[in-house]
Design a protein around this ligand. Structure first.
Ligand code: ZN
Length: 295
C-alpha cells in the first residue's frame, strides 16, 4: 500500500474509533474492534485475536498496540509523559513494523485495556524513538516528538510538556472511560443515558492532593449536573442523597430549573454495580461539607 494511501486509511479508521468510543462513553468492546470493516465491506480487525499488537498484512507499519492497564493508569506512569514499549520477543516482523511507523511518522492507535473486553482508545500516538540499549520503542502522544533531537534526554520544558499531554490524552480519557462504564453509561443523579452528554466528575478535585483519577474518586454525571456539582449548587451526601442549594430551591424559573435541578433534591444517586467502583465515603463527606458551607 502506498504510504499516503495508508496515512489516509489510518485517519478514516481513527474517525471510526472516535465515533464508536464516543457513543459508548469512551471505550469500545473487543467484538466491535474485531468486527471492524472498511467502507467497502472488507474486514479489517483493529486488534489482534491473541496478541497485543496489530499489524495488518496490507499495511506497511503497525496499526495498533494494546496496553493492559490493570488498576489506575497513573500508577504506571513513568513520569516522563511517554510510553516505553518493550521490543517484541521472537517476532522480527512486529519490531520491523514498529520501526516503519517510526521511520515514516505514521500515526498509531493505543488501546488501554483496564479489563477483559474493554478498550479505551488513545489516538493518534507516534513511535518517536527506537532505544536499542533499552530494547524498547518510545511512544509519544503527539507528532512534535518526532522532530525532537534527543527524545531520551528532553529539556525540562519538553519534559513538562510531555507530562501535561499525558494528563490530557491518557489519564483523562482513561478516567472518563472507567467511570462512565462503572455507572453503566448513566448520570448518577438523573439517570440520563446519553454517553455524549456524560462526563466523569472528580469528587476530590484534580487540584486536591487526594484528587486521583481513579473510579472511586469519580462520578458519572451529565454535563448540567457536573457543572452544578462543581459549582456547589448541588451536593451529594456520604449516604448518597442529592441536595440542591437552598437559594436555587427557592427560585422560580423554567423547566430546566424545575425538573433538571429542583426535582433532584432528595433523590438517591445510582451507584455502580460493583462495590469496588463505588465512590469513596470520605471523599463524598469532604465534598459535601464544602457544598454545605458554600450554601
Ligand atoms: Zn444528570
Amino acid at each position: 500500500m502506498d504510504v499516503d494511501v495508508e496515512r489516509d486509511l489510518r485517519q478514516r479508521i481513527m474517525a471510526w474509533v472516535a465515533d464508536r468510543a464516543a457513543r459508548n462513553g469512551g471505550w469500545i468492546s473487543r467484538s466491535d474492534l474485531l468486527g471492524h470493516t472498511l467502507e467497502d465491506g472488507t474486514s479489517l480487525p483493529l486488534i489482534d485475536f491473541s496478541r497485543g499488537i496489530r499489524n495488518p498484512q496490507s499495511m506497511v507499519a503497525t496499526l495498533a498496540i494494546v496496553s493492559a492497564t490493570d488498576g489506575p493508569y497513573e500508577d504506571r506512569d513513568t513520569g516522563d509523559g511517554l510510553l516505553h514499549y518493550a521490543y517484541r520477543r521472537g517476532s522480527g516482523g512486529d519490531n520491523r513494523k514498529l520501526r516503519e511507523a517510526h521511520k515514516r511518522g505514521l500515526p498509531l492507535i493505543l488501546f488501554l485495556k483496564p479489563e477483559k473486553n474493554v478498550y479505551i482508545p488513545v489516538h493518534p500516538v507516534y513511535v518517536v524513538d527506537d532505544d536499542e540499549a533499552a530494547a524498547s520503542f518510545t511512544i509519544a502522544l503527539d507528532e512534535s516528538f518526532l522532530f525532537m533531537r534527543d527524545v531520551a534526554h528532553p529539556t525540562e520544558d519538553q519534559r513538562r510538556y510531555a507530562v501535561r499531554l499525558a494528563k490530557q490524552r491518557l489519564h483523562q480519557p482513561y478516567f472518563r472511560g472507567q467511570v462512565i462504564r462503572a455507572y453503566a453509561t448513566r448520570c448518577a443523579i438523573c439517570s440520563l443515558r446519553h454517553a455524549e452528554l456524560l462526563e466523569a466528575a472528580h469528587i476530590y478535585p484534580d487540584s486536591h492532593h487526594e484528587g486521583r483519577a481513579v473510579t472511586t474518586n469519580g462520578l458519572s454525571l451529565c454535563t448540567i449536573h457536573h457543572r452544578a456539582y462543581d459549582a456547589d449548587l448541588l451536593g451529594i451526601s456520604p449516604d448518597h442523597r442529592v441536595a440542591i442549594n437552598q437559594a436555587l430551591l427557592d427560585e422560580v424559573d423554567g423547566p430546566m430549573l424545575r425538573h433538571g435541578l429542583q426535582d433532584m433534591h432528595g433523590r438517591t444517586i445510582d451507584l455502580p454495580r460493583r462495590p469496588r467502583d463505588r465512590p469513596d465515603t470520605d471523599g463524598l463527606a469532604w465534598r459535601y461539607e464544602r457544598f454545605v458551607s458554600a450554601g
